[in-house]
Design a protein around this ligand. Structure first.
Ligand code: NAD
Length: 415
């Protein structure tokens, strides 16, 4: 088959590679010329895809910036960003641009699938009308479906092949075409009755995490007041073999999904005069968590007679999760900005984030920085860092990830 992928980012590139590895011809369209040129050179910018994985696919995975190249594809999958506007409302401009470009070259008989996370109704109410500007009818002249992406960057135990894929088509024939497409690269495809159910299933998965993380972060704040070790409590509860699912507290939520997706559903709910309180409360709680972390660092410094103002604070881990370099919505950025506002002399170490242009910072050598700082804040626990050594050498360590569990030291404070 010939498959077009629109948007070669964290979602689109691994998908393009999976189809190309399966022997299919893939056209990858991206609006960013640097990404297209990088793939042309055989250089990956997504951690989960090493350059070595691209090399054997050179003839089968063709990056492009021309919409016309999508015309010959049997199926086109859209994987563009779905962020929020400044006022925290769904920003569908990337999706509208991608759909408008595709409408100009759409052919009868093609299958179009949207993978970007979005609110229920987007495929039918927003995407279909734009594609129909081609003069073709969705569900009859071309097939249209929604299939949420479930990739978890950095994860190796579940892959594109072994993670069940949800699909919801506009018609039964649309669902069938979408199922056949994903059966080429996935072991299990689950067909839903309509796109809206698939759109909402993805939001449920992410909001479930957001609500539980907010709850456990609140528990961590309470434990701080009570003087109880939250990690000990969670470890204990997690020994129950049924009826409990573990979530760990941390510095707040980051990435392209969890901090953003709940707002997509809240927006849709408001259109129906419905105010989803769990979602709003979880969002509020998670957004406040970086502020709580700054307060904790401030108290830790105060206890050793130092103000934040003028103190040398080293942050370990700037990306939003361990093992990846993605800094989108990272709570570490918020914590860093708040500490700078308070006058901290801030530096950071992150093997995955060489520099932070906006903040005028670059990752420092950990060895040297550990002994030349007043406090270390562990925000993202990259596996390559030796945390025992960090506690042994830094004057004061505040751990927001629980990676120092099992270590007892006077200079160590854990969330
Ligand atoms: N990153 C994840 O872990 C993840 C997981 C599940 C779902 N999602 C969802 O998948 C979607 C894509 O996320 P991502 O992380 O891959 O984003 P990304 O920013 O890494 O990649 C998106 C790509 O689309 C390109 N693009 C933007 N507009 C375009 C256009 N009009 N035409 C062609 N290319 C265009 C961008 O240049 C970029 O390369 C989002 O809706 C996101 O919520 C992401």
């Amino acid at each position: 088959m010939k498959i077009g992928i629109v948007g070669l980012g964290y979602v689109g590139l691994p998908l393009a590679v999976a189809f190309a590895e399966g022997g299919h011809e893939v056209v990858g369209l991206d609006a960013d010329s640097r990404k297209v040129e990088s793939i042309e050179r055989g250089e990956s910018y997504v951690e989960d895809i090493p350059d070595a994985a691209l090399a054997p696919l050179a003839g089968r995975l063709r990056p492009t910036q021309r919409h016309a190249d999508l015309a010959a594809c049997d199926a086109v999958i859209i994987c563009v960003p779905t962020p929020l506007t400044g006022s925290r409302e769904p920003d569908l401009t990337y999706l509208i641009d991608a759909a408008t470009g595709l409408a100009g070259v759409l052919r009868a008989g093609q299958l179009v699938v949207l993978e970007s996370t979005t609110y229920p109704g987007t495929t039918r109410e927003r995407l279909a009308p734009i594609l129909e500007e081609s003069g073709l009818s969705a569900g009859t002249d071309f097939h249209l479906a929604f299939s949420p992406e479930r990739i978890d960057p950095g994860r190796t135990d579940y892959t594109v092949r072994t993670t069940p894929k949800l699909v919801g088509g506009l018609t039964e024939a649309c669902s069938r075409r979408a199922r056949e497409l994903y059966e080429l690269i996935c072991d299990e495809v689950v067909v839903l009755s309509r796109p809206e159910a698939a759109e909402l299933a993805k939001l449920l998965e992410n909001i479930f995490r957001s609500v539980n993380i907010a709850f456990v972060n609140e528990l961590a704040q309470l434990c701080d007041r009570l003087g109880i070790d939250v990690w000990e409590v969670i470890d204990a509860a997690a020994t129950k073999p049924f009826g409990f699912m573990r979530f760990d507290p941390g510095p707040g939520m980051g990435g392209h999904c969890l901090p953003i997706d709940p707002f997509y559903l809240a927006f849709k709910a408001r259109e129906h005069d419905f105010y989803p309180e769990f979602i709003e409360l979880a969002g509020k709680m998670n957004q406040a968590q970086p502020g709580f972390c700054v307060d904790r660092i401030e108290r830790a410094l105060n206890d050793v007679g130092k103000p934040v103002n003028g103190s040398k604070i080293l942050i370990i881990g700037m990306s939003y999760k361990a093992g990846v370099g993605d800094t989108r919505e990272s709570p570490a950025l918020k914590i860093a900005a708040l500490l700078q506002e308070l006058g901290a002399d801030l530096s950071y170490h992150d093997p995955h984030v060489p520099e932070l242009g906006d903040m005028g910072l670059a990752s420092v050598d950990l060895d040297a920085a550990l002994t030349d700082c007043d406090a270390v804040a562990i925000i993202t626990a990259h596996p390559s860092v030796d945390y025992k050594d960090v506690v042994a050498r830094a004057p004061l360590v505040v751990d927001f990830r629980g990676v120092t569990r099992g270590i007892k030291a006077e200079n160590l404070i854990r969330l």
